[in-house]
Ligand binder design. Structure first.
Ligand code: CP3
Length: 341
């Protein structure tokens, strides 16, 4: 909310997951990732694991952005060491017309709302709970491509060959996401984050035509809770992102703090943006670079990595990162600055 704080808050994208031994232990007992996502008390348990283990300042509900395409009619699988896969994809107008959307789609996701209810109760207001969805463009990528891809060239080709259909599909994803986020807020999400993981593969003109307008629609429709927009790689559109009706702009590690501040201004709350790979370095470097980043953003900052934490990151370094932030104090920093002047 942009309030003055003694130190910035800290959490990590993908904090609930394979970096934690307790996650891996629980996951090994189950049939797969989807069982974890779809069983509310287990999803709540892994949501809280990083809160207890790392003492982060926020929990993010354990789920996936791919539950929305599934609720709309395209089931997904998560294949070990490969990633997500959609047996059926979107190829034609008929496929788009057959998709369920809006509240009818969102209402299929009862297990997410139950997981939020349980998590909220177990957190007992210790820290806020973050809800999330994928941005319409990123969801379209998976629906057309059928899985992960280095280039998402099928999805990108679709924008050039079938622009009208792309807008129809984006519209349906947007309606579903709005209904979904409203239900998440009703079930206790204190803040929501929109993940546009594949923002950076579009040229700026297409980003502003096929991606941003739908994020704008979501931001304008959700007034229940504050919103974070994380558009990875969309630095060319940072000025446009800054006009969105949202409280926080998430930044990836390619963006320099002073560049971001020059576009966003000193008052905009930003989130990010350490290189996730830094956490493989020596602990002393993790500490130095974390402090340098906090100073560079100079308040109105939620500390995070520039993208999700990598699954094989040493847990000790994740703790160094979190503890460095928790022991930081803006007032000591400003004293040092004035001493140097
Ligand atoms: O941040 C959190 O801790 C909350 C949980 C969360 C997951 N996925 C859990 C997950 C969140 C916020 C997501 C979002 C998500 N999912 C995104 C957007 C963010 C980003 O990283 O860009 C995307 C693109 C997806 C799609 C997705 N889900 C992929 C590409 C994969 C496979 C890659 C991988 O890490 O194995 C998933 C699976 C997934 N989602 C896992 C987790 C913990 C791994 C599942 C497992 O093997 O246990």
């Amino acid at each position: 909310m942009g309030e003055t704080v003694e130190r910035p808050p800290v959490w990590l994208m993908r904090q609930a997951g394979r970096i934690l031994p307790q996650y891996r232990a629980l996951r090994a007992k189950l049939s797969g990732f989807k069982e974890l996502v779809e069983t509310p008390h287990l999803a709540a348990e892994v949501t809280i694991q990083p809160v207890d283990e790392l003492d982060v300042d926020a929990a993010i509900i354990f789920s996936d952005i791919l539950v929305i395409p599934e609720a709309m009619g395209l089931t997904y699988e998560l294949i070990e060491k490969v990633g997500p896969r959609f047996p059926r994809t979107i190829q034609s107008a008929r496929d788009i017309d057959a998709l369920i959307d809006g509240s009818a789609a969102a209402e299929q996701l009862g297990y997410v709302y139950d997981a939020l209810d349980i998590t909220k109760k177990e957190l007992d207001n210790r820290i806020p709970l973050i809800g999330f969805c994928g941005a319409p463009w990123t969801i379209l990528c998976y629906m057309i491509e059928g899985g992960g891809s280095k280039t998402f060239s099928k999805a990108r080709r679709f924008l050039y060959q079938e622009p009208q259909l792309a807008h129809r599909l984006l519209e349906k994803i947007t309606n579903s996401s709005i209904a979904y986020l409203k239900l998440k807020a009703r079930h206790g999400a204190d803040l929501i984050q929109i993940f546009d993981s594949w923002a950076g593969i579009l040229p700026a003109d297409q980003y502003e035509l096929f991606a941003l307008p739908y994020i704008r629609k979501i931001c304008d429709a959700i007034d229940e809770v504050p919103k974070t927009v994380f558009a990875k790689g969309a630095w060319a559109s940072l000025g446009e992102l800054n006009k969105l009706n949202c409280q926080v702009i998430g930044l990836d590690w390619n963006i320099k703090a002073d560049y971001a501040r020059s576009i966003l201004g000193p008052e905009r709350v930003v989130q990010g943006n350490l290189d996730p790979c830094l956490l493989y370095a020596q602990a002393a470097e993790v500490e130095t670079k974390t402090k340098a980043m906090i100073r560079a953003f100079d308040s109105k900052h939620i500390v995070n990595l520039g993208h999700g934490v990598y699954p094989d990151t040493p847990l000790d370094n994740v703790k160094v990162f979190v503890n460095t932030v928790k022991s930081f104090n803006y007032s000591e920093f400003s004293v040092k600055v004035s001493e140097n002047e």
